[in-house]
Design a protein around this ligand. Structure first.
Ligand SMILES: N[C@@H](CCC(=O)N[C@@H](CS)C(=O)NCC(=O)O)C(=O)O
Length: 226
């Protein structure tokens, strides 16, 4: 499938990208996991190569069409023209990162590599907890478990305090899947937990996030309720 190369201009000018004939991305403008992939696609000059298929998903309402390619009913899901199907935002991001010759979003230098992957896992854990927290909050009246709501709030509050201590390293390290994952988790807080003033008393991570928000790839992928 992958044979020729083409020059595409992206944030690092003239990134060489390996040509794959088609890549269909099941996506939604609301999903923070999809957003991770879209930011990688913009950063590596490959956004326009993705054919976007708007897919509506909810844990409680399986999408039959999506489940024909992803039995877990999740987005992002990437369908390649040779029939291969990739799901999970990290797997898809690494696949895209393997197709271009610009600055890699998964750094290869050993210490940068592991740091980026630790941050990526941190952002993913935050997102998993936030999504479960929101599901619990939006249960029909009186059916939520307060003990779970309290536990999610404690986990997120503690995670934010960890990030406050890591803000300087996040600024200094090369931009990678690590910052993308953490940035998408913080942005999801603003999107779905707007009342939760996470910036208060956390000036360093708030400052890091305000710079993250200035990146063109981040501005172009702001979440939207349609
Ligand atoms: N680990 C997956 C998580 C993806 C995920 O949970 N996506 C949500 C949307 S933000 C979804 O598809 N939920 C539907 C469901 O759980 O049935 C990834 O990194 O891509």
């Amino acid at each position: 499938m992958i044979a020729q190369s083409q020059i595409i201009s992206g944030p690092s000018t003239h990134i060489e990208v390996v040509r794959a004939t088609s890549m269909k991305l099941h996506w939604s403008p609301r999903s923070p996991f999809v957003r991770k992939v879209l930011i990688v696609a913009h950063e590596t000059g490959q956004f326009d190569r993705l054919e976007k298929v708007r897919s509506v998903v909810a844990m409680t309402k399986p999408n039959e069409q999506l489940m024909r390619v992803n039995p877990f009913n999740k987005i992002p899901t990437l369908v390649l023209d040779d029939g291969r199907i990739l799901f999970d935002s990290d797997l898809i991001s690494e696949y895209l990162d393997s197709l271009h010759s610009g600055t890699k979003m998964v750094p290869s230098d050993s210490s940068e590599h592991w740091q980026a992957l630790c941050w990526r896992a941190f952002g993913n854990e935050m997102l998993d907890a936030l999504i479960l927290w929101r599901n619990e909050q939006t249960r029909p009246n009186g059916t939520h478990l307060q003990i779970l709501l309290n536990a999610f709030e404690l986990k997120i509050r503690t995670a934010l305090d960890f990030l406050e201590r890591d803000a300087e390293s996040l600024t200094q390290a090369p931009f990678s899947v690590g910052q993308i994952s953490i940035g998408c988790a913080l942005a999801y807080m603003n999107f779905r937990f707007a009342h939760y003033n996470w910036r208060k008393a956390r000036p360093k991570i708030a400052h890091w996030f305000s710079e993250f928000e200035q990146r063109p790839s981040v501005k172009l992928t702001e979440p939207k309720d349609e």
